[in-house]
Design a protein around this ligand. Structure first.
Ligand code: 5GP
Length: 143
């Protein structure tokens, strides 16, 4: 899959936005939905997914890009308060060669702890009960 292309409205994040596929959600508004990554690279790894149907950041409208990064910041601050990591990675991949595997624009929020190594991208599936607990805790710090 190349950097440019046609938006596939059957991708998994489009289905989550449409309510046609399950997700452990943290928050949702008219701009974006945030939910836990089910193959987390660290405990608390979550995603902010703008609702606009865009394959990547290059396709996203300027207005939605601005609105989305505000949600990313809100979620990152809630993750900081809830999980008290030593650092937080915010990543966003455009195109398969850059690491993108789901072709609907999204931002990763990945808490990091001193001495912990980063898990494999798209590696082990998480325990859903643990993800639920993390999501509830993070959500409790969002106004
Ligand atoms: P990308 O590689 O496109 O930047 O990231 C896609 C992310 O979506 C990966 O971190 C992967 O673990 C996550 N992911 C893939 N399928 C699903 C799914 O069905 N539900 C959730 N919550 N995350 C998913």
């Amino acid at each position: 899959m190349s950097l440019t292309g046609t938006y596939d409205d059957q991708n998994i994040f489009a289905k989550i936005i449409a309510g046609e596929a399950p997700a452990i959600k943290i928050f949702e508004d008219d701009v974006a939905v945030a939910f836990m990554d089910i193959f987390p690279q660290s405990p608390g790894h979550c995603l902010v997914v703008p609702k606009e149907p865009a394959r990547n950041l290059l396709d996203l409208s300027d207005d939605m890009a601005a609105a989305a990064i505000q949600r990313v910041k809100t979620l990152a601050k809630a993750v900081e308060t809830a999980l008290q990591p030593d650092g937080i990675m915010v990543t966003q991949f455009n195109g398969a060669p850059a690491g993108q595997s789901v072709f609907h624009i999204h931002f990763h929020i990945i808490p990091r702890w001193e001495g912990d190594s980063l898990g494999r991208h798209g590696g082990e599936k998480a325990d859903m009960d643990e993800l639920e607990a993390q999501a509830r805790k993070i959500a409790s710090f969002i106004d």
